[in-house]
Design a protein around this ligand. Sequence first.
Ligand code: SF4
Length: 182
Amino acid sequence: MFDDQRSKKVILVLHCLLNQNARIDGCAYFPGAMGEAAQAVVESGIGVLQMPCPELCCLGLDRAGRFRDGADLGIREALLEGEGRAACEALVQHVMHNVREYRKHGFEIVGVVGNDGSPACGVELTHYVDRGEGPGPGAFVLLLREALVKEGLNLPFVALRDHAWAERAARVKALLAAATKR
Ligand code: SF4
């Protein structure tokens, strides 16, 4: 079954790798896809599962002005509390449904690509409302990793860094190369 031209390998990528229109106001670096980073992923021959943009889906496209009584409410914080967390967890479950279906049929999920510095999609670096950028995963990556581990999947996570492709190209290409060789 599924013995056709497909690679039976899938990589989970952050939404804005392929669609910069989802970025917060003032933070899109490309008209559409993320240039060389997107090209490298698409040309690898690995299937690209574009995950939903957690910030857009949970907080809206115009999410820059999240203030109450003059205080910044914080994006990462909003995605880990109350309704925001419930919405974020629902997105994670949507991704997990895809992951389960692929695995059920013998496909390999080769890894996850996030974006460091993002309150939602950071892998090693995120953004906190009280101290700015700092170590730790973004809200969506945190919840996704927990869900994957719960299913016994310890996938490699790598992060882009917005427009700084050269800074992260080696890591992403190494992940893609290792997956295509298997
Ligand atoms: S980094 Fe994540 S939350 Fe931010 S725009 Fe991209 S997909 Fe959306």
